[in-house]
Write a protein that binds this ligand. Structure first.
Ligand SMILES: [Fe+2]
Length: 396
């Protein structure tokens, strides 16, 4: 575990109320530095044996602070995290702040290579890229500009995308290096995702059958995103990506090629109302620049849904129009059939894709709308969907 202490007041005041919430184990069962060891997780994430002679670290929030642009980000080295206490600190920081940095120096050469092939790919004429448009709600292959609009937004995003699914079979023709660069990057990235997922599962006791199977399930997507340089003809309301929360469990973001990403830090629960999250207050938004050697891990909506814990609430973010920009977030998720209680992971995603306008209206059946509404989804339907099936949206 790293050594620099976090000052929790940088994110929240260090009040008793906060400490009760953030350190539930501490008040019930203090861990002393001389105690016998914290019980190892059932499934030691990193394959390193934890013996009864190991001394537990002091159970305080400790890590390195690093400025990512305007945001001070708590950073971790996952290879240093083994014990239950260390996992708890990692997860509670992620949960409370909504994002953390993770050291990832082994990814660097792979990242550069992917940006090289992305430039080559996206700089092709649109008609060539449209050969890689496979429909399927934009979940694999190329997606043209205007395909997505954030939940509840009328204006589409400016970005072009290329989604890589776990079982990707249709790669761009004549670009072998594209496939090779992306698969090599994804394989290396998965080592970090697996470790982080192991920590999440150990902390939350959420059960999955097998971590590898989970990361190979269909909702685990690498998205290559290309934001063209702004043009004078653009709709002024059109953002690179409008303010939104990610629908998945966790988003892993290496450095993009330019600034533009902004986060809306979670509300400070210890302060009065005027400091709370409000995306209309421009000064609340903070510019984030992920440095070399780190990835940013953001909370997505599934983190809270899986744990029934609002502290895991997804972080709100957006991408402003800057110059030409490339990025490659990885959306880690749970299998579509995973039961969240009232609905499954797949139904949650389906609802969001419909809300984003990624599913053509003619492909949305009445049966689908009826079912999603009955289980409490489709909370931000697009107007055309409400117009088509008004009987299911009387209260919206
Ligand atoms: Fe996002």
């Amino acid at each position: 575990m790293s050594v620099l202490p976090i000052d929790p007041s940088r994110f929240y005041a260090n009040s008793e109320k906060y400490r009760e919430t953030a350190y539930p184990f501490e008040s019930q069962s203090p861990v002393s530095t001389t105690d016998t060891l914290v019980k190892a997780p059932q499934n030691d994430p990193f394959g390193k044996p934890i013996t009864k002679t190991t001394v537990a670290p002091t159970p305080s929030l400790t890590t390195e602070q690093k400025m990512f642009g305007e945001v001070e980000v708590p950073c971790f080295d996952l290879s240093d995290i083994h014990s239950e206490v260390e996992i708890r600190i990692l997860m509670e920081t992620w949960m409370k702040v909504g994002f953390i940095g993770v050291k990832s120096s082994s990814l660097e050469p792979y990242i550069d290579r992917v940006y090289d092939v992305m430039r080559k790919y996206f700089n092709q004429p649109l008609d060539l890229k449209m050969r890689d448009w496979h429909g399927n709600n934009g979940q694999t292959g190329f997606g043209p500009e205007g395909l997505e609009a954030a939940k509840g937004r009328k204006v589409s995003d400016r970005k072009q995308t290329f989604f890589i699914s776990p079982d990707m079979s249709k790669w761009p023709a004549g670009m072998l290096e594209f496939k090779e660069a992306i698969e090599a990057y994804r394989n290396e990235l998965k080592k970090y995702i697996s470790k982080f997922l192991d920590c999440f599962l150990a902390y939350t006791k959420v059960k999955v059958c097998n971590v590898d199977d989970m990361l190979n399930s269909s909702n685990n997507l690498l998205r290559l995103a290309y934001y063209p340089a702004p043009r004078s003809t653009d709709d002024p309301e059109m953002k690179g990506a409008a303010a939104h929360e990610d629908v998945n469990w966790a988003t892993f973001m290496p450095r993009p090629t330019d600034k533009g990403l902004k986060l809306l830090p979670k509300e400070d629960k210890t302060k009065d109302d005027e400091t709370k999250e409000d995306e209309t207050k421009e000064d609340r938004w903070k510019s984030v620049v992920v440095p070399k050697g780190y990835i940013l891990i953001n909370t997505g909506e599934l983190a809270a849904l899986l744990t029934n814990n609002e502290d895991f609430k997804a972080i709100t973010h957006r991408v402003d129009n800057v110059g030409e920009r490339y990025s490659m977030p990885f959306f880690a998720s749970f299998p579509p059939e995973y039961d969240l209680g009232k609905y499954t992971v797949g139904e949650h995603l389906q609802s969001r894709l419909i809300e984003m306008g990624s599913v053509p209206l003619e492909n949305i059946t009445e049966e689908t709308v009826k079912h999603l509404r009955e289980v409490g989804l489709l909370q931000a339907p697009r107007k055309e969907l409400v117009d088509k099936y008004p009987q299911y949206f009387k209260l919206v």
